[in-house]
Design a protein around this ligand. Structure first.
Ligand code: GLA
Length: 652
């Protein structure tokens, strides 16, 4: 069976039978319970390396043969993982250099997972074990996908990686003089005379003030990680190129540029762990749902196709400070949210709780009691049934003609910038713009600056601080051709190496937006200015730019010495419109502002006024209504009223 030919959604879990090999009865019982819960897939072997290869070169797969065959006979497909994210102790004992060297130049000793040096012997050993697995299972009829490694992260600073970094820099800059020029290295006597003088950055013991170096090291290690994953992909593909590959993505700050990695993958998958019910007075269920939605839209955008929810927790995780039980109905609601936003699966970590180790109390479909008589098991079973009922949605997505630019490289450059205010809150600001669009019930793609702009009617670029060559032209062309573009403060200030442009920002776009930013005021967390926009007063927060403008002023500052100056502008340019927000604002402003922009731009949206805590999303013509509050809510669509109790959802 090919993955894309499967008519039903995938419903399953990470399964670690290697922890139960001395208990054949348990394995048998697992299959009975899986069938009962409507599970049709499991992810196998993620951390099984020490069982596969208990000693160097001694392999043992018999146990896995039996498990895969039995699963298949029972209608359960397999996503087989390469085991590279956790190594057996013999490997680090014999080859200590497989362990990662931290930025303080101390090499780790054996333990934990993911902390490996991706440059040397570890890479060779991973290739060997992957080859063994692929040779044996790549043509097994149960296999529907390869799960490459697990949540890869970790940057190494060992001497081999340092040398590779220098080679990478040489390729990029060709001469040391050019590197010095691009790095503005006369600052604090950084001028290098030889490549060998270059050391990877280290905030604790070394370089932390030369931002181009830090950004390049991040780029370099992202490339190393992608190359490593690619080595694993090529290895398993050699044995059957028809089996699709994925790796479970999990965090925008994990050190890998996922926008770049996605080209190497057939399928995008994501691990989603919202901290349901653990809100403080500042965060609510709605906030959790917004962040989860953002990640889902991000994943769907990466290939403009449905993604797979590879991991989620069926009950409570164990790694957070406080882990509250999922309230009744939340399991179904969160599963349906993933589906609404384009997932082709609902999968869990994990099927059965192990009895020992760090995650022994982490939520699982089957607990230590081993029974099916639990709330969690019933919740999972219900989701399984629901996924069968809605299987016609598998493989589809919704309509979308708007986007937010959330660019990995821009994020890396901006995060290192310390001026004005240490924390530029980039993630929070992106979420706020995304949330405003979500509350207007518009669908949004999350794109990088390299994506095709022409498919969109509106693009928002909050804090597009760094502009690499060609991007300002791309924005200009988009607007000229009729696009509506929202740019904000902190944009067009530096090039891709964090070197300031010699102009008032935004660089090379002053004429398009009719804006020149002369100065920026930074406000502390409890400080604010005000702006007047469309007759209402809103808060201006974080950063307030003082701009000169030839555009139409649609909002102005209300207080302080820059009262009366432009805060929000709009300029017709070519066939489109260029909007500029000179400050960060409160949520209400963003909601009202985008309400106007999306109607001017003709952005696809569900025609409903925001109902508090209710998320609405369209997938293949079906409208999902999802109530993330405990209270009853009513939604009016086309003269019909739909009432949802707390944590209820409806699919229309
Ligand atoms: C991640 C990992 C899993 C497990 C879960 C626990 O997503 O991929 O192996 O550790 O976290 O939440």
């Amino acid at each position: 069976m090919k993955l894309e030919e499967m008519k039903c959604f995938l419903h399953g879990a990470d399964y670690n039978p290697d922890q139960w090999l001395d208990r054949p009865a348990i394995l048998k019982e697992d299959i009975r319970l899986m069938k009962k819960a409507g599970v049709n897939v499991v992810s196998l072997g993620i951390f099984a390396w020490s069982t596969y290869e208990p000693n160097e070169g001694v392999f043992n797969f018999k146990w896995l043969d039996n498990i895969i065959d039995t699963l298949y006979k029972n209608g359960i497909y397999v996503i087989l993982s390469t085991p590279s994210s956790a190594i057996p102790p013999w490997l680090s004992k014999k080859y200590p250099e497989v362990m990662l060297t931290k930025a303080d130049r101390v090499r780790r000793i054996h333990g934990d997972r993911s902390f490996f040096c991706k440059s040397g012997i570890y890479r060779k050993k991973v290739e060997i074990i992957d080859r063994q697995l692929a040779e044996r299972y790549a043509r097994h009829p149960a296999l529907i996908m390869w799960h490459i490694s697990n949540e890869m992260y970790g940057n190494c600073h060992c001497q081999t990686c340092q040398q590779k970094f220098r080679e990478w820099l040489k390729q990029k800059y060709r001469t040391i003089d050019n590197l010095n020029k691009q790095y503005w290295s006369a600052f604090w006597s950084h001028g290098y005379s030889d490549w060998d003088e270059i050391e990877s950055p280290s905030a604790s013991i070394g370089e932390s003030t030369l931002s181009p170096l830090a950004v390049d090291y991040n780029r370099f290690y992202s490339d190393v990680s992608i190359d490593f994953l690619n080595m694993e992909i090529n290895t398993v593909k050699e044995y059957n190129s028809d089996i699709p590959v994925t790796t479970n993505m999990f965090h925008h700050n994990c050190g890998i540029n996922y926008q770049k990695l996605s080209d190497k993958l057939d399928v995008i998958s994501w691990d989603s762990y919202p901290r349901w019910h653990c809100g403080t007075d500042k965060t609510t269920e709605w906030d959790n749902a917004v962040r989860a939605a953002f990640d889902f839209d991000y994943c769907r955008t990466l290939k403009q196709k449905p993604f797979y929810l590879m991991e989620s927790v069926p009950s409570v995780p164990s790694q957070f400070e406080v882990c509250k039980l999922k309230r009744p109905k939340m399991h179904m609601l969160s599963a349906m949210q993933a589906v609404a936003f384009g997932s082709n699966s609902v999968q869990y970590f994990q099927w059965r709780k192990g009895r020992g180790g760090y995650e022994k109390f982490h939520g699982a479909v089957v607990g230590h009691d081993g029974t099916e008589n639990t709330r969690v098991f019933n919740d999972v079973k219900e989701v399984g049934k629901k996924l069968t009922d809605i299987s016609e949605l598998k493989g589809t997505t919704g309509k979308c003609n708007a986007a937010i630019i959330f660019d990995w490289e821009n994020m890396r450059v901006l995060e290192g910038e310390v001026a004005l205010k240490r924390n530029k809150n980039f993630h929070e600001i992106i979420y706020k713009h995304y949330e405003a669009l979500l509350k207007n019930y518009a669908s949004v793609d999350i794109i990088s600056v390299d994506d095709d702009f022409s498919r969109y009617k509106m693009i928002a670029a909050p804090s597009l601080y760094s502009l690499k060559p060609g991007i300002s032209d791309k924005i200009r062309e988009f607007i000229e051709n009729g696009g509506h573009f929202v740019l904000t403060y902190n944009s067009g200030i530096v090039n891709e190496n964090d070197i300031a442009f010699e102009c008032f920002p935004p660089y090379s776009l002053n004429d398009v937006f009719g804006v020149e930013c002369e100065e920026t005021d930074a406000l502390a967390a409890d400080d604010y200015n005000e702006i007047v926009y469309a007759g209402k007063i809103y808060k201006a927060l974080d950063f307030c730019e003082l701009i000169h403008t030839s555009a139409e002023v649609v909002g102005e500052y209300a207080t302080d010495f820059y009262a009366g100056k432009a805060a929000v502008t709009k300029k017709q340019y070519g066939k489109g419109a260029a909007y500029y927000l000179a400050c960060h604002t409160d949520d209400e402003f963003l909601h009202d502002f985008y309400h106007n922009v999306i109607s001017e731009a003709g952005v696809y949206k569900i025609d409903v006024d925001y109902v508090q805590d209710v998320m609405i999303k369209e997938r293949n013509g079906h409208i999902f209504l999802m109530n993330f509050s405990t209270e009853q809510r009513s939604v009016h669509i086309d003269d019909k009223k739909y009432t949802l109790d707390g944590y209820d959802y409806l699919i229309l």
